[in-house]
Design a protein around this ligand. Structure first.
Ligand SMILES: [Zn+2]
Length: 584
């Protein structure tokens, strides 16, 4: 396959609208530099012929073509923010915008979440090199490095097998955040999960096993082969003295084993290597701020805080639903986003920030639609907060998900029916008109609009809860078949935050889904997000429109004659760049 495209032209940085016009105008002027160039992608046998270099090049070609088709070449972003709604499937977005609207007594069906108002959108294919339905590690690696890889690995290619520490050496993939740090930009990672969880870890770290979050989890072989856990990799990040901002949960992974947690009696540090990573960070950044609760974060003069580390929970942060009960007070995702941007935007070179709504995924795994939708609304609030503190003329904001889930949106509920309720409306699409009575299944039982194809909402008896509707939290080990048919939901309040929607296949954990997820984008370069993209093309659209990041890739010999990064950069070269002080 050969894609013909014009090289990316330099356009004066100005308002986004003006820029589009200016670049489109220039496209008609033939000049030496404007000769069409081809990014040739070799034909390979798939999946056997796929390699890291092939993924990188095909992602670059797809991004360049999408950009040319959208006349987005030359649009330049100073700042880039990637918002990742973990597991935020299309049904999750649809149900969440209905709930958000209905909470405000507005029309839910037409209500738009903040990112649903963005001018550009695309679909993202999420499969991994070895799995039809992906996980968060391989997918976030694709988004952050431009290379698809296998499930369970972070920041390394498909070449080594999972957990092969020695074999992974030399197969590390350079991330957007690493490139931004080397380019003199500020960098940040913010999440509601442990800061060492798969999604945030894929911005700053490299390991062939996503579960090696703290050294206590590494196998003896991995330790012997020199692998370092994600918490230590975050604190030892080799470029620019570390990330400018890191916020989330996972505090005990940074504390020595046995040391008591400041917030919860009974919780203790988990590190076996005797490193106190928080104290090390504080010693390394005497002017930086370390905070572990909302009050401390609020008390900071963020516009004059050069670096920020926030670890707000021993493990994952609370769901938004439980946040008000947090003993020491916990910031919302929107508050963390605003704080991060205030720190990051002090840098005239711009910044790269990743913000994850990480617990959307957890609530879906738990089979609980209420928390999943509530988390999605709080994620939307975080995007809104970012829009309020950035300039659309210089900031590219990309909102996407890593993978889907099995939550379904079904039946024929009438317009305005509570999204967490039972279906009130027609039973069949052939029914003449919508009624205001409960729709029933073929056995005469009502059912909810939202349901799951798998998970702990299966209504057979488990070792934890009797036969019938299940409630959160439900972590069954064993399950029995349903004995008495579907439960009678007439007396059940399915809008209760703890109600678990029925699941067809009994599982302890509901599974991910394999279909496409959405990408929403705004700012310089955003127009290139259209059509159906392979997930790794997201990286390429970003770097092709972020001049500093792109220049860094060119310094790593990644670029073709037109200055488009088409060759996978070597991690060892990046390391050499950041360890050798560059000439001014
Ligand atoms: Zn998941």
């Amino acid at each position: 396959m050969t894609l013909l495209l014009a090289p990316i032209r330099r356009c004066a940085l100005a308002g986004a609208t003006f820029l589009l016009t200016a670049c489109a105008g220039q496209a008609a002027v033939p000049s030496g530099a404007d000769q069409a160039v081809a990014i040739t992608v070799p034909t390979i046998a798939r999946p056997q012929g796929e390699t890291a270099q092939w993924w990188f090049r095909s992602g670059a070609a797809q991004a360049a073509l999408a950009s040319t088709q959208a006349h987005a070449n030359g649009q330049q972003a100073k700042n880039v923010i990637v918002f990742l709604g973990d597991g935020m499937s299309l049904p999750t977005i649809a149900a969440a915008h209905i709930l958000a609207g209905q909470r405000q007594s507005a029309d839910g069906e037409s209500y738009r979440l903040s990112f649903e108002k963005f001018p550009f959108s695309a679909l993202s294919r999420t499969y991994e090199t070895d799995q039809q339905t992906p996980d968060s590690a391989g997918t976030m690696t694709a988004i952050m490095t431009g290379v698809k890889t296998r499930a369970g690995v972070i920041g390394v290619s498909q070449q080594p097998l999972r957990q092969d520490c020695a074999g992974a050496r030399g197969h590390e993939l350079v991330t957007t955040l690493e490139l931004a740090a080397a380019a003199g930009m500020s960098t940040g990672a913010v999440t509601t999960t442990r800061i060492t969880h798969a999604t945030p870890a894929a911005t700053y770290a490299h390991l062939p096993e996503r579960n090696w979050e703290v050294d206590a989890e590494l196998t003896p072989e991995a330790k012997a082969a020199g692998c370092k856990d994600f918490a230590a990799q975050l604190i030892d990040f080799p470029a620019a003295n570390g990330l400018t901002v890191a916020m989330g949960g996972g505090r005990t992974e940074f504390m020595r084993a046995g040391v008591p947690d400041p917030e919860y009696a009974g919780q203790v540090g988990r590190r076996l290597d005797h490193r106190d990573l928080i104290a090390e960070w504080q010693a390394h950044h005497p002017h930086g701020a370390y905070v572990w609760n909302a009050r401390q974060l609020k008390a900071l003069d963020l516009a004059h805080t050069p670096r920020l580390l926030g670890l707000f929970e021993p493990l994952h942060m609370n769901y938004e639903h439980e946040r008000p009960q947090d003993p020491a007070g916990e910031p919302s995702l929107a508050e963390m986003t605003t704080a991060a941007i205030t720190v990051l935007k002090q840098n005239p070179n711009g910044f790269f920030l990743m913000v994850e709504g990480g617990r959307i995924d957890h609530a879906l795994h738990a089979g609980n639609a209420y928390r999943a939708l509530d988390e999605t609304i709080s994620f939307s609030d975080a995007v809104k907060a970012a829009l309020a503190s950035t300039d659309p003329a210089d900031t590219l904001i990309v909102v996407t998900a890593d993978h889907s889930h099995t939550m379904t949106f079904a039946g024929y509920p009438h317009r305005g029916n509570p999204i967490l309720g039972k279906v009130v409306g027609r039973t069949s699409s052939y029914a003449e008109k919508s009624s205001k009575v409960l729709a029933t299944d073929a056995t005469g039982q009502p059912y909810t609009t939202l349901g799951f194809a798998s998970g702990p909402g299966y209504t057979g008896a488990s070792d934890r809860q009797p036969e019938g509707p299940k409630h959160y939290p439900h972590y069954p080990h064993t399950y029995s078949d349903i004995q008495h048919g579907r439960p009678d939901l007439r007396k059940v309040d399915t809008t209760d935050p703890d109600y678990l929607q029925e699941a067809t296949v009994p599982l302890k954990d509901e599974t991910h889904g394999g279909e496409d997820v959405a990408i929403f984008a705004t700012g310089p370069g955003a127009a290139a997000f259209h059509g159906e993209l392979e997930q790794n093309a997201i990286f390429h659209i970003i770097v092709q429109h972020a001049p500093r990041v792109r220049a860094e890739l060119c310094r790593l010999d990644s670029c073709n004659v037109a200055g488009v990064p088409v060759n996978r950069p070597r991690y060892a070269d990046w390391l050499k760049q950041v360890e050798t002080p560059r000439q001014p």
